[in-house]
Write a protein that binds this ligand. Sequence first.
Ligand SMILES: Cc1ncc(COP(=O)(O)O)c(C=O)c1O
Length: 460
Amino acid sequence: MAHLGNSAASRDIAFVLHPYTNFRAHEEKGPLVITEGKGVHVYDEDGKAYIEGLAGLWCTSLGFGEERLVEAAAAEMRKLPFYHTFAHKSHDVGIELAERLIEMAPVPMSKAFFTNSGSEAIDSVVKMVWYYNNALDRPEKKKIISRIKAYHGVTVAAASLTGLPANHRSFDLPIANILHTDCPHYYRFGEDGESEEDFSTRLAASLEKLILDEGPETIAAFIAEPVMGAGGVIVPPKGYFEKVQAVLRKYDVLFIADEVICGFGRTGKMFGTETFGLKPDIMTMAKALSSAYLPIGAVLISDPIYQALADESNKIGTFAHGFTYSGHPVSCAVAIETLKIYEERDILGQVRRVSPALQDGLRALADHPLVGEVRGVGLIAAVELVRDKASKEPFDPGDGVGAFCGGRAQDHGLIVRPLGDSVAFSPPLIITEDEIGEMITRFALALDETEAMVTEKGLR
Ligand SMILES: Cc1ncc(COP(=O)(O)O)c(C=O)c1O
């Protein structure tokens, strides 16, 4: 790359190993160095402003520079900068946060277990599900079913549940006892003449067949994001969860709702569980729990699960799982303040008010020659770019069309997330209609430039 001397970019290349990065490409390309944020904007080291169209990583729900969260952190840092929750120790903020989450849960839940991230929440759930079935003396009932294109994180069990090839390839994953069933993307996988409802029926039947083929006595749980996020923002087709949940009930299979992206208002209700009529036994959450100002995740479990874990811990002496920072007091204080702000500012009302500007605004681009599908709900959406609108034929992944579009958007001061050739939007929940309008204007420019590139290179 160009001679950058002692710049932040050259020091980054010299010293930082980045997540989700082609390291060799990074040596050439270098980083975009972000130095501050305010509201829905972030600023790079040259002072250029960007609308953060993905709220960082689907997480800074209250935008940047929310002073109340800064104050909450500083106050707790002074009062109790650290204490743990192992072996009968506790603290007031951990107790208050757990109580609030159990009260907020859309289905009856019994206990909250804290982690530092979504992935840790998922790995904790996998261990709880195994421990639970050992407690019930069902040592065979250990397999967990996830879905193709699911995203559940990157730790060993979470990455195994993730249904994206890049998270498995060269990492020797998935581990044993993890299965993947169909991806519920009607646009891509619905058959000719098949209604959305029929597609859902077919997928539920396929799930049932998988359970029967494996033996129901071996299937412990099914995990799903209410809206699949990193797999391409896939909104469940009509009737999908109703039909899937009927199958799960029939074979005594636990349902885990991964609310790491959908939780706390993203879909227009507090949880995706409510938006899509789910009845989970376990819920995982992170990201918007603290508006991402500090790392914290949580697992909520139902009472029957708690009772089994409690009996087993009593039988063998302990539930030997937990992180040094499970329920870190400063993270808990920030999460409590975040939840208070959601309530005081009626964040759900705000999402419902502005989300038509995002959903309708993006759908207005549906006639663009590159746009195959616009999908989404609330303040999460994606635009899928295709080579041929009529046949839905995708571009060759090697053409990097989605990445090009994301790069053009960035040049226009908009950060979005290309997921293959689907470009994802998930802005801070505080975004205004005007800011959404500006975001879509900038995206439309990027789309036109992408179309020009496709034509010029003869990619169609
Ligand atoms: C649905 C879902 N689950 C789990 C995770 C993993 O969370 P983390 O990156 O905090 O480990 C993510 C991250 O994007 C996610 O979207």
